[in-house]
Structure formats: C-alpha cells, structure tokens
Design a protein around this ligand. Sequence first.
Ligand SMILES: *Cc1c(COP(=O)(O)O)cnc(C)c1O
Length: 455
Amino acid sequence: MEELRRLFRSAADHAADYRRSLPERPVGLPTDHEAVAEAFAGPLPAAPTPAERVLADLLAAAESGLVASAGPRYFGFVVGGALPAATAADMLAVGWDQNAFNAVLSPAAVAAEAAAGGWLKELLGIPPSASAGFVTGGQAANTAGLAAARHQVLADAGWDVERRGLLGAPPIRVVAGTERHGTIDRSLRLLGLGLDVVEPVPAGPNGAIDLGALRDVLRAGAPGPTIVCLQAGNVNTGACDALREAGELVHRHGGWVHVDGAFGLWAAASPATRHLVDGLELADSWACDGHKWLNLPYDTAFAFCARPEAHAAAMSYTAAYLVGSGGAPVGADLTAESSRRARGFAVWAGLRELGRDGVAALVDRCCALARRFAEGLTAAGFEVVNDVVLNQVLVGFGDDARTERVVAAVQADGTCWMGGTTWRGRRLMRISVSNATTTGADVDRSVAAITRLAA
Ligand SMILES: *Cc1c(COP(=O)(O)O)cnc(C)c1O
C-alpha cells in the first residue's frame, strides 16, 4: 500500500511541478518528433516492469514532447488551461476508476453529472428541462445533437430512423453556414447524411451567418424534414450567429435548430457578452465544450437537447443484462459511448471552484485581453482584420508570405504560440485568448515578442 501511495504522490508531484513551470517554460518550441518517438519506441516488453520504473521511464520519454498548451501564453487553436480543483477531481476520477455508464455502475458519477448539468444550463441560459450529455468534445456534442435532430425531424415525418435507417427515408434538408466548423461535416458523414446534402448559407462581414441569405435558402427548398446548423463563436473571428432571428426564422419553417457553441456559447455566462448569443434558448440542441474556454481538463464537453426523449431515442441502447436502464436518461443514454470516463467530477469541481461570478470574470478577462492584443498589435503597425467581439483576434503582417514568416518566427521563438489560418482568402495569424491564467503582462510580453520578430 505504501508503494501505491508513493507512486500516486510521485505522479501528482510531477504534475504540480510541471504546472508551476508553465509561466516561464518556452511555449511551443519546435520539437524533435523523431527523438520523442524513439524515446517511446522499442519492442513490446516480455516481462513485467515495476510501476515506479514505468513512471520514471514515462516522465523521461514524454518530457521533450510536451506542449505548454495549458500555460498562460499559448494562444493557438482554441485551447484553455485546466483549473486546479477540476484537475485534482479528474485525478480522483482516475484513482476511483469509476465507470459513468449509469447509476448502478457509479451513483456518484451520475449524481455529479446531474448536478453539474443543471449548473451548466443555468449558466448558459439553456432551458432547465433540457437533457445534458457529458461527451468527449465539441465533435461528439455536434454528433449527439444532430443525431437527436435526425431522429425528431424524421419522426415528425412518420419515419423511425433508429429502426429503419436512412435507406428509403424522406429526404432531410441540412442548412448550414459556410463558416461552420469542420466537425459539423464529420458529424453529418457519421450520421449517414453526407456532405452533399448541405445547403450552404454565406456569412456576413465578421463571419456570422447572413440572415437574408438564410431566409432565401429556407424559402428556396421544399418544406419537409429540415435541420439548420447555427454557430456561436466563429473559430476565426469569434462572431456569433444572430440566434434569436435565425432561430425564429427556422422554426417558422418547421426546422430543427442546432447550435454549435463549442466555445462561443460561454458568452452567455457574462452580462457583458450575453447579448452576443441572445435567443440561444430558442434552439433545439446545443454543443458546448468544457475543455476550451471553461478551462476543464480533456476530454469534456456537453450535448444539450431541448427534447430529452429525442436525445435518448437517438443515443441510448438497452440490453437484458443492463440493470438500471429504462428510467430517465442518464450517463450513457445521452452519449455515443457505453463505458465512460467519469468526467462529471471535474465539471462539478471546476464550476464550484469558479462559481457564477468566476465564470463571468473568466469570459470578461479573456475578451479584455483579446482587445488588448488587438490594440497593442494595431499600435505596433499591424493589421487586425476582424471585429474583436469575443476572444479571437486575426492579424495580418502584410502579404501572405510575410504573415507566414512572422507566424513561423513566433512559433520558433518560444515566448508565446499562435497559429496561422486562412480567412477570406488571406493568410493570417490567429490568436485565441482562452486560458484562465493569462494576464495583461502575458499579452504585453507576447505583443513585444511579435513586434520584435516581425521587425
Ligand atoms: C473546437 C470546436 C469544435 C470541436 O470541438 P472539439 O472539442 O475539438 O471536439 C466544434 N465547433 C467549434 C465552433 C469549435 O470551436
């Protein structure tokens, strides 16, 4: 027993030391991928290895291949950190080794999901009667939401898609913005709807869906089973679709509204940004990440559905040996997994750690720091291309080739890390401020580094 305690303590100590090193650790320096691969490679061991030795070897092998993406000056993709209590709760989830399949396998895991699910709906302004599936990411949340949509629009047309599949089913219209996230497309592929079904709707100047164009697209097609994918939080610009107007429009056409709000839905949690997602409660399903802007550990996201019975009809399964199934949908009834990680503990802990005010402050702080980036880089003579409404900033440094060189130089420098993107035909630097530990000093230091490297 003492050995186990030493082993767990050692892992926790290393994790804490690593976290402590993040503010001053080089961010995203180029890694020798071959050296990392070699450190892990080797023949399958024939004989057992003592656990302590395994941990020591893992630490040595991984060290040079870790990315300080949990640190305060990582601005790539849309990546958050991981809050202390949430991380510790996740360690316990692994230590307890709970299976969140249902309340027979883990009453605590299911209870944590139920409580945290209620808090999440309250924070986001999603109706309390909605179901909340705890899934692995925005991708899985989009798939669950669109599966519920597929179920309901076909049920309304008299077709049981779970039983009969899509062969011979009434055709489904899928209307989605051209600026939708790539995971929407993968969900449509997985659900058998395919990509060709999408009727694209162009976006306005800042990347939110063009309402007039949405109206025209809806009118142009025949009525019938219709799913419309809206977005809160464009990955390039942060722009949110006008959810109230779009939602009302789609409902007048009898369609199902799915909102991909992987990070942008968190605008709802602050009085200062709430107006950006006004009307979100009109939607029928919502996808939202926990591991991005809420700063929960991977892998944590939420699939909410205003029609819990549609959600469960699309995702649940049952079998004779499965005691505990058949009641109100919980755990695996709302996700694509059967056995599941107990991610509810980390969500519950993270929300308690922040509280309502802390979540709002996190959103406000990241938005203010994004504006600070925009002001600093504009003052330095660079071009901020988007209207910075949320936590995303797009920057041009001249022509595409020059912007590419600046992005590459910043990535090689190690002060901070941001990626490149193509938006409206231009190569740009993309900055996402999503980490709970980022400060104004981090932004100023990053702006100074970018300015120095661009020169
Ligand atoms: C990140 C993101 C996704 C995918 O989320 P994962 O957690 O990576 O699966 C989907 N939609 C939007 C708008 C996103 O930003």
